[in-house]
Design a protein around this ligand. Sequence first.
Ligand SMILES: C[S@@+](CC[C@H](N)C(=O)[O-])C[C@H]1O[C@@H](n2cnc3c(N)ncnc32)[C@H](O)[C@@H]1O
Length: 361
Amino acid sequence: MFSNHGLSDPTAEQAKLLIIAAASETCKKLLPAANAIFYPEAPRWILIVKIHNSYYNCAVKEHSSKMEVQMLKVVNTSVAIDTFAGTTRNQSKDCLKKWLNTVQCLDCVEAMKQLPSNCVDLVVTSPPYDGIRKYNGFQCDLHATGEEILRILKDGGIAVMVIQDQTKNFAKTLTSFRTIIDWCDNIGLRLFETVIYRKHGTEGAWWKYRFRVDHEYMPIFLKGARPQYFNKEPLKILSKHGGKVMTGSGNRRTDGKTTKTVTRKINKKKCRGTVWNYLMAGDKNKLKRKHPAVFPDKIPYDIIQCFCPPDGIVLDPFMGSGSTAVASKILKRNYIGFEISQEYCNLSTERIKETQMSLFD
Ligand SMILES: C[S@@+](CC[C@H](N)C(=O)[O-])C[C@H]1O[C@@H](n2cnc3c(N)ncnc32)[C@H](O)[C@@H]1O
């Protein structure tokens, strides 16, 4: 099925040449023979090829008359085959209607299998990990969750996970790091950034021989070569010396030399760094308090503004008390939610209903 120009099993180099040929405007007619799929609306050509029994998602970009190929291994072959079969974005929209702006009481992996490929702009979630909370006895498979997330995300889509590790016998379980490596090395997502979620306003657990943990990790995964949408403006923070004229030493360059000292007026606001601060006591919501492990609504609120286009779709496969849906509703984005516990599913649906916004008009 994937034999390329008689190269039934090409080497990586042969495949790259083939992709470059297929990507050139005049060679578009070769695409079916090259077993590659062409997305006319994408900023670059996205192609799938099979090399030594593995599927690769290739992004081709023209760089001052030079073709550049980025190849990303797709471990879940159903992703390659689904994409190859030509699941188009428009087809996806119709199958999605029944899921939009609902929280369904379903196991998220089984539920995601029913969604079409390449249909979701952003995933924001906090999965259960290390059996820390009971969640009415339900568990999840993080590897299978990652595989489905990769499949259903659009090219350039983002998935953000809030996660920590349990400490057992004075050592961390490493579930967070293992999941990041698994999702990147074995599944095919790419790590865009890891943000530290710094929790304020909570004492945290006190232990005689341990520090008081006041942070969690927020790995930000990317599908494909680059984010399809990125708007960091709403996330900007106040500069400490905003408005003042200051002289500072230059930055250190990669060759070790420093750039010239500059004198300039400091902007009132600056780009947010990679430690994000949130007040835990912020969401004084009676319904939300009924869930044992929530994140502040401001987390999905910030992430959605940054990574989800205005008409986009946000998915939370572990919806819990509905924080991601509430933020999506306020920001006038569509959401899809899955939650395995009927109790929490009802809780999130009730919270979303009471969110006072005139939305989805
Ligand atoms: C950490 S909580 C999410 C909390 C949410 N971020 C909030 O702010 O309310 C994880 C949720 O995943 C749910 N869950 C566990 N296994 C699941 C599965 N296989 N499919 C869907 N939901 C599951 C649990 O019931 C729990 O409500």
